[in-house]
Ligand binder design. Structure first.
Ligand SMILES: [Zn+2]
Ligand SMILES: [Zn+2]
Length: 272
């Protein structure tokens, strides 16, 4: 019974932690823009003419809360497992590996998680998976903070599972892992806010990057970094045509006579 109680407490606090971040950060942007500046969307909104219907907003809030609850349950179980000897790369004594490894592994962990999120998201845009699973998240063309984890539970579990992988083989200081996951969640909320914002962190793209993903569907698959989209040629290009039925990540030539794949790197939308 003691063990069950221990698990219950860990699961409870993991759920509370996730929900406090989603409703705290999300609520802040909701209040600051959607309530207090609702009358002047041109001044702040990525898509000033598009709004979620009230029932869509409620649906997004419910779905995000449900998925964060599932996520918290799993994270709590993972922490409980650590205590029971679950083999991972996590270490808890900073002195064990020192500063050099800490700095290297922090960068490596962030890059790896972001790269895996890119590939998982790109896989979600495979025609079949998109229609069955990922379309739940893409019902929201103009996003709000509460769209952040409003998705099919299968998609949520896929992302959580995939981004947890590096913790099992890369020696990582436990506070690094917590910080990176909190950072990703907070920036995902901001990226879904629907508010035109740029980041003070040079590696983090502006909100228009992911907003364009929702507006144009099959491009800009990255989570935090634009790097993976640049490397794979899936960053949105100015002279290409995108839409819900244009799969593949590279769009279509906008002029019927234009040669396929004839665009150059200069055509990439510059996100700042
Ligand atoms: Zn997507
Ligand atoms: Zn999204």
């Amino acid at each position: 019974m003691d063990e069950f109680l221990r698990w219950l407490v860990l699961a409870f606090w993991s759920i509370v932690g996730g929900l406090v971040i989603v409703w705290g950060v999300g609520g802040y942007y909701h209040l600051r823009y959607y309530v207090l500046r609702r009358h002047e969307p041109e001044a702040w909104k990525c898509q000033p003419k598009r709004w979620l219907r009230p029932e869509q907003q409620r649906q997004a809030m419910k779905l995000s809360t449900m998925n964060m609850t599932i996520g918290g349950l799993l994270s709590g179980t993972f922490i409980w497992g650590l205590d029971r000897g679950l083999p991972t790369g996590l270490y808890f004594d900073f002195a064990e590996r020192g500063w050099a490894w800490f700095l290297f592994s922090t960068v490596a962990f962030f890059l790896l998680v972001d790269l895996l999120a890119y590939y998982a998201h790109r896989a979600m845009h495979h025609k079949l998976v998109f229609r069955q699973v990922h379309s739940w998240h893409h019902r929201y063309v103009a996003t709000t903070p509460f769209v952040v984890t409003a998705m099919h539970p299968v998609e949520f579990l896929t992302f959580q599972g995939v981004t947890f992988i590096p913790m099992f083989f890369l020696p990582i200081y436990y506070l690094t892992a917590i910080t990176v996951f909190v950072y990703i969640l907070v920036f995902n909320i901001i990226d879904h806010s629907g508010v035109r914002l740029s980041s003070r962190w040079p590696w983090q793209g502006p909100t228009t990057f992911h907003d364009d993903h929702h507006a144009h569907f099959h491009c800009n698959f990255g989570q935090c970094l634009l790097l993976w989209d640049r490397l794979h040629g899936t960053l949105r290009r100015k002279n290409r045509r995108y839409g819900a039925d244009v799969y593949g990540g590279r769009g279509l030539a906008s002029r019927p006579s234009g040669a396929e794949g004839g665009s150059s790197d200069d055509d990439f939308v510059r996100y700042k």
